[in-house]
Design a protein around this ligand. Structure first.
Ligand code: NAD
Length: 365
């Protein structure tokens, strides 16, 4: 029997609509192969939503997302909206979506594909075999803590304030996701904090240490964030799963992304306790190349594969997509961001066509 899923599509801004179109074609093709049917509903977020409704996250968008099985997001933001007040900025829509769906866990794999080792700025022996999962807390910490704002003091001087705060329960729930994730991988979890300076980090470290007792099969270690940044570049293969707070995770996951050569290759999943998860590339809306058919659609396509695996429980269809990505890379197809000598330079649409051909070939066996 055909299985039907309701998927909300949020193409957003910049290269978003271009890469989303490729992912939708890939999902339709793989759906035909595995007897899956998708009801796609498109909704507005970010700059596109500001232009149409004056809000970066219209209530209608949140409702549509809540009523779906999963949300596939591309990217938001662009120069045009950079000068708006913070409450009306595209990023506020993204934070609102995460909060509105209770997405407290962000899973970002940084896996180096053998075909792209030379696209990394690090030496082959350093990056070969890197396979890291960064589990980032997404709805707490300094991005949400109160008080926040820019206040004028009695002296007339302005003072900008943000607050980094975590409760026991916020730390425990992201900790459990991380321990469970590590358990399914190599069983090694590194918790990253700044416990030598920050009280909030000391609490983080204490809770992670306490949780470890419930996961005797997972080996827990701790690193300060500055050392973690250094170790990621020095010897990334020492890491299996990393768990960290919102701010440190934002920065470290981008650093981990660059180990793999291009931010245009990396998917992510944001999950809550229940309800639909959001699946999106790690990269932004790349306004510098938007509308030029230059974007790499592979992170978006791999996000769709993560959606099939984590939200829709269709691992075979997910693997088929991942294999198609490997196949196009094997045959030398590259977008500009991962281009190297002797390879075939393709635009976003042509890369999509190549993926569809690869999917067809894989279905033939
Ligand atoms: P970015 O990720 O958009 O771009 C960084 C660089 O990587 C650019 O040179 C870009 O051309 C390139 N790049 C990114 N994705 C690519 C792809 N798929 N194919 C080829 N090249 C790619 O980051 P930025 O320039 O710092 O931010 C641009 C806008 O995106 C800003 O408005 C920012 O707020 C927003 N942003 C959104 C998200 C999100 O939607 N989750 C994340 C990060 C940044």
């Amino acid at each position: 029997m055909t299985q039907t899923y309701r998927i909300t599509l949020l193409p957003g801004d910049g290269i978003g609509p271009e890469i989303m179109a490729v992912a939708v074609d890939v999902l339709k093709a793989v759906g035909r192969q595995f007897d899956l049917s998708f009801e796609f509903q498109e909704a507005l977020i970010g700059g596109a939503a500001i232009d149409a409704t004056n809000s970066p996250l219209p209530e209608e968008t949140l409702t549509t997302c809540r009523n779906s099985d999963a949300v596939l997001l591309a990217a938001i933001g662009g120069y045009k909206w950079d000068t708006l007040p913070r409450s009306q900025r595209p990023e506020t829509g993204l934070l609102g979506l995460r909060a509105g769906l209770g997405l407290f866990a962000n899973l970002r794999p940084a896996t180096i594909l053998p075909q792209l080792i030379d696209a990394s700025s690090l030496k082959r022996e350093v990056v070969e075999g890197v396979d890291i999962m960064v589990v980032r807390e997404l709805t707490g910490g300094i991005y949400f803590g109160q008080p926040r704002g820019v206040f004028t003091m009695e002296s007339g001087e302005k003072r900008g304030v943000n607050t980094m705060a975590y409760t026991d329960s916020e730390i425990d729930r992201i900790g459990r996701v991380a321990f469970e994730t590590a358990r399914k991988r190599q069983g090694k979890l590194c918790s990253v904090d700044k416990a030598n300076v920050l009280e909030v980090s000391q609490l983080w470290r204490d809770r992670m240490t306490a949780l470890a007792e419930q996961y005797p099969d997972v080996e827990l270690s701790h690193l300060y964030v500055d050392n973690a940044a250094m170790q990621l570049l020095r010897w990334p293969k020492q890491f299996d799963t990393i768990v960290t707070g919102n701010l440190f995770g934002d920065i470290l996951s981008d650093a981990a992304a660059m180990l793999t050569g291009s931010i245009g290759m990396l998917p992510s999943a944001s999950l809550g306790e229940s309800g639909p998860g959001v699946f999106e590339p790690v990269h932004g809306s790349a306004p510098d190349i938007a509308g030029q058919d230059k974007a790499n659609p592979l992170a978006q396509v791999l996000s769709a594969a993560m959606m099939l695996r984590y939200a829709l429980d269709q691992p075979a269809a997910a693997t088929r997509i991942e294999k198609a990505v490997e196949r196009v890379l094997d045959q030398g197809d590259r977008t500009g961001d991962i281009m190297s000598e002797g390879k075939n330079l393709l635009g976003c649409r042509a890369m999509g066509d190549s993926l569809l051909t690869a999917l067809e070939a894989l279905a033939q066996g």
